[in-house]
Write a protein that binds this ligand. Structure first.
Ligand code: PRP
Ligand code: MN
Ligand code: MG
Length: 182
């Protein structure tokens, strides 16, 4: 049987390192919010599914969960900055404390647009939590309250992150072997 892990040249974050990073993020978030805040965490489909599932369970405060789906890449591989809402929130966020949960900040264009969009809806606060960030790829200034790990500007997959919709089910996060996309 061919193991999909063999398409990974280097593991950047092991399962254990991911779990530790999620725990750290959760402790920082818990320090800033209480049960009374009725925090709404918003996962950005589809990449953020794993982070949402693990982060939500690492948080020991009352919270609610919602999801958005946006398209920013179209058919190309480069982020265009042009974002369309494919699935909007089911929640009215007027007066709510909102935390957007993302797997990765690459150019930052998706989150920059999303942050501006949600801030027009009268939320009390909108913050961002991203598991990964690529400092060398960021194109826009973005105020991110919670970042897990800064990583090099390589093509990474796993733990929600895809290449052509595949590899999201890897338990670790690693660099995709060039032979896969060459
Ligand atoms: C990826 C990733 C982030 C975004 C980051 O999502 O999950 O949402 O790109 O890129 P940016 O900082 O350059 O905007 P993608 O559009 O691939 O959709 P997916 O989550 O369904 O994989
Ligand atoms: Mn995404
Ligand atoms: Mg993707």
């Amino acid at each position: 049987i061919k193991d999909i892990e063999s398409d990974i040249t280097e593991v950047l974050l092991s399962e254990e390192q991911i779990a530790d990073t999620i725990s750290e993020l959760a402790r920082r978030i818990e320090a800033d919010y209480s049960d009374d805040d009725d925090l709404l965490i918003v996962g950005v489909l589809r990449g953020a599914v794993m982070v949402m599932a693990d982060l939500a369970r690492a948080l020991h405060i009352h919270l609610t969960m919602d999801w958005m789906a946006v398209s920013s890449y179209g058919s190309g591989t480069q982020s265009s900055g042009v974002v369309r809402i494919l699935k909007d929130l089911d929640t009215d966020i007027t007066g709510r404390k909102v935390l957007i949960v993302e797997d990765i900040i690459d150019s930052g264009l998706t989150l920059s647009w999303l942050l501006a969009n949600l801030r027009t809806r009268g939320a009390e606060s909108v913050e961002i939590c991203a598991l990964l960030r690529k400092p060398d790829a960021v194109k826009v200034e973005l105020d991110v309250r919670y970042v897990g790990v800064d990583i090099p500007n390589a093509f990474v997959v796993g733990y929600g992150l895809d290449y052509a919709e595949r590899y999201r089910n890897l338990k670790s996060i690693g660099v995709l072997a060039p032979h896969v996309y060459a």
